[in-house]
Ligand binder design. Structure first.
Ligand code: F6R
Length: 331
């Protein structure tokens, strides 16, 4: 995909939400009481978003995101393991599926193909097959929305259908305003290291922004949460060692105390000469908040790439590492 086509693809995020809204509805799993999402990188981020979603919609539900070769020790036959790998060929995720099998977990694979599809079919496990040919990170709605549908079918959350459809419409309606906001942000970020701060609930979104700046804009970026950063990272502003730009993602339903901390942190770092901006995440429900905040960050990252003369799509260094690892025996 040429750079402009990739940017246009990212801009069509609301359409992807609409296209992906029914994925996973044919998967029925019962008898589960906790959830592990196994995946890496652009595939795993959907697990973080699911965690944020469930923190509001199903606060008693244990959702764990596992980014590695194993699933956690607590995994048992009442655990739903959602194995996500866009390519289906990511060794960590394939290994995590084996680990989940050994523990007797209920496994559902979400993938566009590859070995994960084969593995799940051989093991007779349900597969949510998603369209292929995209960059994993840019396929986020196709990877995330099936999680909601599978959890609904498993009786773990209420029916998300109406909120998904409403979100697709609202995102489309707000798309040009979001693009404008993202362009302004990209202008401010050229030559800077973005630091993205949010409350715990939006930590997944802040991390998504970080990863999108890494992979699309090809720069370093970091995320952290308030209040934790008030007890460590804040001190780093005493002796600045890079050209930072701070983005505060404030959820309008954040605790008043957290909002107060954001305000004070902004003032303190401003006094140290570090510029910042605040984005208040609004929406009728948590799904709309998550999707709109992800969309704006995705847009800002590709616009920043364009502004700085970088092709946002390829991630050559990741591919190179994967190729080199293939030459090393897997033991
Ligand atoms: C590439 C990207 C990466 C991949 C990761 C795992 O767009 O976002 O972070 O997601 O290398 O690969 P998959 O998603 O195919 O399992």
């Amino acid at each position: 995909m040429a750079a402009d086509s990739f940017i246009a693809f990212v801009e069509r995020f609301p359409e992807h939400v609409s296209e992906a809204r029914n994925l996973g509805l044919d998967v029925k799993v019962s008898g589960v009481d906790k959830v592990v999402v196994a995946g890496i990188g652009g595939s795993a981020i959907s697990g973080d978003l699911l965690k944020s979603y469930c923190s509001e919609k199903a606060p008693g539900l244990h959702v764990h995101v596992s980014r590695g070769y194993d699933v956690p020790a607590f995994t048992d036959n009442r655990t739903l393991v959602l194995a996500i790998s866009y390519s289906g060929n990511t060794e960590e995720t394939l290994s995590a599926v084996k680990s989940a099998m050994r523990k007797g977990a209920r496994i559902v694979a979400i993938t566009s193909g590859g070995k994960l599809m084969q593995q799940a079919e051989q093991l007779n496990r349900p597969v949510v097959a998603i369209p292929d040919g995209f960059q994993p990170r840019a396929a986020m709605p196709y990877l995330f929305l099936p999680l909601l549908n599978v959890l609904f079918n498993a009786g773990l959350i209420a029916d998300p259908a109406q909120e998904i459809s409403a979100a697709a419409g609202a995102l489309k309606a707000a798309s040009s305003a979001y693009r404008e906001r993202a362009r302004m942000l990209a202008d401010k970020l050229a030559g800077k290291v973005p630091l993205i701060y949010s409350s715990e609930k939006m930590a997944g979104v802040a991390y998504r922004w970080k990863c999108e700046f890494n992979e699309n804009s090809k720069i370093h970026a970091f995320s952290h949460v308030i209040p934790e950063l008030n007890h460590n990272e804040l001190v780093g502003y005493t002796r600045l060692n890079a050209n930072y730009y701070v983005i505060f993602l404030e959820d309008d339903s954040d605790l008043r105390r957290v909002k107060e901390r954001i305000k004070l942190t902004k003032e303190l770092i401003g006094a140290k000469g570090v510029p910042s901006t605040q984005l208040v995440i609004k929406g009728d429900n948590v799904l709309m908040k998550l999707l709109s905040a992800v969309y704006i960050g995705d847009l800002a990252s590709v616009y920043l790439a364009k502004l700085t003369g970088v092709d946002p799509e390829p991630v050559a260094i990741i591919e190179d590492l994967k190729k080199q690892l293939q030459r090393v025996p897997f033991v």
